[in-house]
Design a binder for this molecule. Structure first.
Ligand code: COI
Length: 336
């Protein structure tokens, strides 16, 4: 395995964790060699979409230890997503101890290269084989992992989308369920055909407000303040989003979690008060945005250097994760 030529989502470590839920109980978790799953074509998840996943990362610290970032916060979100989808929630011990055992087993897969990490993909699907439309009574919990590179993204072009929405009030937008991602592909494909990398999701046609960027939370620097839409039932409670809000404060910046209208963004470009825009997520950490298309106009951000807040925050996060700076917020979960 050449850790210098990683690609996101391509390589998978040797083992996986399996744990089944049946007769109202979680069974004993097992760590087994990574292999295909065997499913009945009538498996409920394949038809009615009871599937939920998480995305986490383990980092190699400077002293060689392995650090899984913010396990508690990921578990809490996993539980909230599962609850929304009427799915069984594995106890925290199964999640945490299983995860650590799996990473210990495959620790050779945690890259040493700066910025690279072992991506951890816990997921649960409704495994009952029955095609009647119902809440499943059986679930399978799986965790697998795979090494991923630092995504040194050059600034992307995004298109403000008001005809299609990612999530509606009262819907499942805050949950990390598979359908939220599948439903986003079509408008994203349209945006790509028009020359954009991602969609900047909004609340829709009437007085649109910004929601998320692609598969990430979105943040702006306006008047030197870090601004991001507030959490709601249509916005994912991103672990990176939360971490960056804390780090921005630590770095002396004011932060604002408040609604951001598309009209406000247009004005901020006209007044030149917006200096940064970026996606924030576990996979990319920060994904700088270079261009935002609003109402037939491409607005350009000034460009990025080490002085930008997004780069300062990314560096700070990396220093905490590798043990170079003090983990004052207690985010690191260090294993041997
Ligand atoms: C992340 O940014 O980590 C996400 O959740 C996107 C994921 C589907 C790769």
């Amino acid at each position: 395995m050449n850790f210098d030529k990683l690609e996101f989502g391509k390589y998978i470590a040797d083992h996986m964790l399996l744990c089944d839920y049946a007769n109202g109980e979680w069974q004993q978790p097992q760590i087994v060699p990574f292999a295909n799953l065997s499913l009945s074509p009538s498996t409920l998840a394949l038809h009615y979409g009871q599937t939920v996943f998480e995305g986490m990362k383990a980092f190699r610290m400077d002293d060689g230890c392995i650090n899984v970032f913010r396990v508690d916060k990921h578990y809490e979100r996993f539980a909230r997503s599962l609850d929304r989808m009427c799915m069984a929630i594995p106890p925290k011990e199964i999640f945490t101890e299983g995860l650590f055992k799996l990473i210990e087993t495959d620790k050779a897969w945690v890259p040493k290269q700066a910025g690279a990490s072992l991506y951890i993909r816990p997921f649960i699907y409704a495994s009952e084989a029955k095609f009647g439309v119902k809440v499943s009574e059986q679930y399978r919990f799986v965790i697998f992992t795979g090494p991923v590179p630092d995504l040194f993204a050059s600034p992307i072009k995004v298109k403000v989308e008001t005809d299609y929405i990612r999530a509606a009030k009262g819907g499942t937008g805050f949950a990390k369920c598979g359908g939220n991602y599948g439903g986003a592909f079509y408008p994203t494909q349209l945006a790509k055909q028009q020359g954009y990398d991602q969609v900047l999701w909004t609340t829709g046609q009437e007085n649109p407000h910004i929601e998320e960027s692609g598969m990430m939370n979105v943040m702006f620097v306006i008047n030197d303040r870090l601004v991001t839409p507030p959490l709601s039932d249509s916005i994912l409670d991103g672990v990176t989003r939360d971490s960056l809000l804390v780090l921005a404060n630590d770095l002396g910046y004011s932060t604002e979690e408040r609604p951001v209208s598309v009209a406000e963004l247009e004005k901020a470009f006209r007044d030149k008060t917006i200096t940064e825009a970026f996606g924030a997520g576990t996979a990319a950490v920060v994904a700088p945005i270079g261009t935002i298309h609003i109402n037939n106009i491409d607005y350009h951000l000034p460009g990025y250097s080490h002085e930008n807040l997004l780069n300062k925050m990314k560096l700070k996060l990396e220093r905490i994760r590798t043990g170079r700076d003090n983990d004052v917020h207690g985010w690191n979960c260090i294993t041997g």
